[in-house]
Design a protein around this ligand. Structure first.
Ligand SMILES: [Zn+2]
Length: 209
């Protein structure tokens, strides 16, 4: 991961966090603006007071945790906007699902269908209620039913994946097998070096002979 020059300018390396967010919104240019719509990910900077809870989710204060660290570990909102977690991109792969039954089960208020084919589909997990922002509705994870019957669930953090697995357990446990899980390492961004201004000593008498 790399910081854009604009974001680097906005970000105080020792005063806040980088927040990853994915938004979905309708695309007015499409015949059906709701499908597939526009999906966009964004990194923004969030400033944080030293005594505030650290956004990495450790339970410690920012000052006692991530503030002085040389690397940024970007975070994302937990489902229902209940705090934050460090990014751990991951997927769960379910094999041999019965597409028709599963699609019927996915007719759930917490999921938004944005692609619909006879045997496949794509859903975004919004939760209930969904969180509208100026950029669109916040997505907390994706579910893709592939043509070969695989259900691919992707999420950016452990908390998000757990919420998706809990949801699947609730609405579709009988059509799904045990998933194959895989995780990517947490992306990191090296913080720019702190600029230390050299103090000049213009003390009295310095230039006197
Ligand atoms: Zn921390």
């Amino acid at each position: 991961m790399k910081l854009s020059p604009k974001l680097a300018k906005q970000s105080d390396p020792y005063g806040g966090f980088l927040l990853w967010t994915t938004f979905w919104r309708p695309n007015p240019a499409d015949p059906d603006p709701e499908m597939p719509g526009l999906k966009q990910s964004m990194i923004s900077y969030v400033s944080l007071q030293p005594e505030a809870d650290c956004m990495c989710g450790s339970g410690r204060t920012y000052a006692a945790c991530c503030q002085a660290k040389p690397l940024w570990k970007p975070v994302c909102h937990n489902p229902d906007m209940l705090g934050y977690s460090v990014l751990v991109p991951q997927e769960a792969r379910f094999k041999t699902v019965e597409a028709k039954t599963l699609k019927a089960r996915f007719d759930d208020i917490r999921l938004a269908i944005v692609e619909d084919t006879p045997t496949g589909g794509f859903w975004i997990y919004w939760g209930n209620p969904g969180f509208e922002t100026e950029y669109g509705v916040i997505g907390f994870g994706d579910l893709e039913l592939q043509e070969d019957g695989t259900l691919l669930v992707t999420a950016m953090s452990d908390a998000r994946m757990q919420a998706l697995l809990d949801l699947l357990q609730e609405i579709a446990a009988d059509c799904l097998d045990t998933p194959k899980m895989s995780k990517d390492p947490t992306p990191v961004i090296r913080k720019p070096r702190k600029k230390v201004r050299k103090k000049r000593n213009w003390g009295r008498g310095k230039w006197k002979k």
